[in-house]
Design a protein around this ligand. Structure first.
Ligand code: HEC
Length: 175
């Protein structure tokens, strides 16, 4: 078989696989993100007794440009870790007033952008080319997860490419 033919066959197979997957299933668990991805932001949420660690994949970070939408292939991970709590159940803070996180991961939220994704959604739902997924700490998909909330809440940040912490931090990260 000529190379051109096998490449075309491979692409056709990929397109077929893509068509068979819907929404969140297109977004896989980002195995190894804690060491392979770039930690770019940490947000304390005393209200929920969690600390949120934000990561992005380094390949896409290389391509990303401040002030522009995220490049295709961008994977953003928000890892919620449980806060250390005191005897009364309150989140413990350090000398700077930051919440002390434990290593215990509660949830892993992922958003990923690829060319053409989201085309099947009506405009009032679509978040550009982003899809969302939700995993438990062992990498399994969260049972009964619903994603309409992800789309509607992140849509409020449409002018920042549907992100809360990525676009606003990129300029600083790229310095
Ligand atoms: C009620 C609004 C709301 C909903 C619903 C929501 N998010 Fe978010 N998301 C946020 C906010 C706000 C942040 C920034 C972190 C913070 O302030 O807690 C964020 C941050 C993120 C990030 C880090 C990148 C970024 O945009 O800053 C990812 C990944 C993410 N959310 C995925 C999801 C997924 C997956 C779902 C659905 C299962 C979801 N979100 C549902 C409000 C929401």
């Amino acid at each position: 078989m000529r190379l051109g033919t096998s490449l075309a066959a491979g692409l056709a197979a990929l397109a077929f696989a893509g068509a068979a997957l819907a929404g969140a299933e297109k977004v896989g668990y980002p195995a190894g993100y804690q060491t392979k991805f770039r930690l770019y932001n940490v947000i304390d949420r005393p209200d929920r007794k969690i600390v949120r660690f934000m990561y992005m994949n380094p390949e896409a970070f290389e391509k990303a440009k401040a002030g522009e939408p995220a490049p295709h292939g961008m994977v953003l991970v928000m890892e919620d870790r449980k806060a250390k709590t005191d005897a009364s159940g309150k989140a413990v803070t350090d000398a700077e007033g930051r919440i002390v996180a434990t290593d215990e991961v509660a949830n892993v939220f992922v958003m990923r952008k690829e060319a053409g994704w989201g085309a099947e959604y009506p405009p009032e739902k679509r978040n550009g080319e982003w899809e969302y997924a939700w995993f438990t700490p062992d990498g399994a998909r969260k049972a009964d997860a619903r994603f309409d909330g992800c789309f509607s809440c992140h849509k409020a940040r449409a002018e920042r490419d549907f992100t809360f912490t990525f676009a606003v931090n990129l300029g600083e990260l790229k310095k």
